[in-house]
Structures are given as C-alpha cells and as structure tokens.
Design a protein around this ligand. Sequence first.
Ligand code: PRP
Ligand code: HPA
Ligand code: MG
Length: 179
Amino acid sequence: MHQDVAEILISEEEIRAKVKELGQQISRDYAGQDLLLVGILRGAMLFMSDLMREIDIPLNIDFMVVSSYGSGTSTSGEVRVLKDLDRGIEGRNVLLIEDIVDTGLTLNYLTKYLANRHPKSLKICTLLNKPSRRQIEVKVDYNGFIIPDKFVVGYGLDYNEYYRNLPYIGVLKPEIYRE
Ligand SMILES: O=P(O)(O)OC[C@H]1O[C@H](OP(=O)(O)OP(=O)(O)O)[C@H](O)[C@@H]1O
Ligand code: HPA
Ligand SMILES: [Mg+2]
C-alpha cells in the first residue's frame, strides 16, 4: 500500500468485479441501440478504458476534459470545460462515464450543457458516489459503489494531480492535505 494512503477502501478485485457487472448491465440495456460513451477526463480515464472492454455491443467513444477541483480537496464551485466533444450528439444515446459524483456540481453542469444539444437520451454511469456530500441533485443511472465522506484517490482519482496510477481506491491520510 502507498505510504500516503490510510486504508484501501475498494480493492483491485472489487473494482474489476463491479466494472464487469456494470458493463454487462449496460450491454443488456443498450442492446440493439446506438451508444456513445463520453468519458469525463481526467479522473474517468481508467474506469472508461476498463468499462468499455466489458461492453460487448457496438459503441463509439468521445471525451470531455472538465476541471473544478484544481489542486485541493474541495470544489472551486466553478466547472471549467477544458476540452469539448469532437462530434455532435443530436439524436444519440449518450452515456456519461464519471469516476465520482461528490457535490454533484460537475454532473449537474454537464447534463445541462449537453442536454442543449438534444441527444436522444443522456444517462450517467459513475464508479463512485458520495451522496452525503451532495449540494445539488444528480440522477445517477449506473452506480458502482456508494462511499463515505472521505477524500479518496487512486484508479484515476487524484489529489493535487498525484495518485491517479494507484490500482485501488484508497483514503488519503489527512496529514497529506491540510484544509
Ligand atoms: O461532484 P463534484 O463535487 O463536482 O466532483 C466530481 C468531479 O470532481 C473530479 O474532477 P476534477 O475537477 O478533480 O478533475 P479531474 O477529473 O481532472 O481530477 C471528478 O473526476 C469529478 O469529475
Ligand atoms: O474524493 C475525491 N477524490 C478525488 N477527487 C475528487 N473529486 C471529487 N471528490 C473527490
Ligand atoms: Mg481531481
């Protein structure tokens, strides 16, 4: 275990099993339909790449780069779109792939932002969900794990841009961040 991590909240094996289950569920739900996965970078990169390999129906992918946390452990409250989609989504079934829904500000902003482009459907798949921290309601359609109000890192999630490469979800030791 990394020295800055207090505890492993979700192991590699648990992540793998859950990603497989979500992939099967999505494959069933979208069978015979058009599907566009939209990965919300940077956090969702590992989840997206593992999840898409567990989906066995035809699909397209696209990415957005969005940032609101900067270098700390609390949201700036301002969602910045650093990279938008490359293609239009009008009439398409769009599934947003996120690593975590925390305050809900990012996904609340993004669903409004993308709904303007008139997709046929717009749903949300997140690996992690911290409902106790919600500031604004977000309807999550596919949910991996409900987690407690702790700042987590690994499997794509960062603190100050580090720890994204840890293969598990860990709770960062509070002495690493002082806020
Ligand atoms: O529900 P919220 O409180 O809005 O938090 C969730 C968002 O925050 C993180 O992104 P961040 O802004 O840290 O960018 P990153 O993906 O590059 O780490 C995370 O990847 C989600 O996109
Ligand atoms: O717990 C978290 N860890 C890392 N990034 C985050 N962005 C929102 N919540 C978190
Ligand atoms: Mg971040």
